[in-house]
Design a protein around this ligand. Structure first.
Ligand SMILES: [Zn+2]
Length: 131
């Protein structure tokens, strides 16, 4: 059985990969992707940002102060930030402006979950944490 998230053979326990994708996933993806994503959904996520990495892991980050400083966001995308176009009224999506030049890997996870087609780290930030 292959993991529906990382596409590698599942060694050991299979987990339900919902809501990230349908199907089953491996232990690593369950811990690094599915559980953080579920927590993020449940928490209404207005006080945390979600960082989606191209290696199929997800990280939840909080601003050091009340809001994210530019430098903190630059660290998350590992370069200059660019706002990815979205109609979402609650969140801003931030990607690396020079991601293509830097030849960062395609972010298949952000593409699968949110339809965000980008390279490198993708950061989903509640608007109130950056405005
Ligand atoms: Zn996996």
């Amino acid at each position: 059985m292959r993991c529906a998230i990382c596409n590698e053979d599942i060694k050991g326990v299979e987990h339900n990969a919902f809501p990230v994708v349908s199907g089953v996933c491996c232990e690593r993806c369950n811990n690094q992707v599915v559980i953080p994503f579920q927590l993020y959904q449940l928490g209404k996520n207005t006080s945390e940002a979600l960082v989606i990495n191209p290696d199929y892991s997800i990280k939840i980050v909080r601003p050091q102060g009340e809001k994210f400083q530019l430098k903190e966001l630059q660290e998350e995308v590992q370069g200059y930030i660019e706002y990815y176009p979205t109609n979402n009224t609650r969140y801003k999506i931030i990607v690396n402006e020079e991601g293509l030049l830097m030849r960062l890997p395609m972010n298949k996870l952000s593409s699968n979950i949110f339809g965000i087609h980008a390279v490198g780290n993708v950061v989903i930030v509640p608007k109130k944490l950056i405005e």
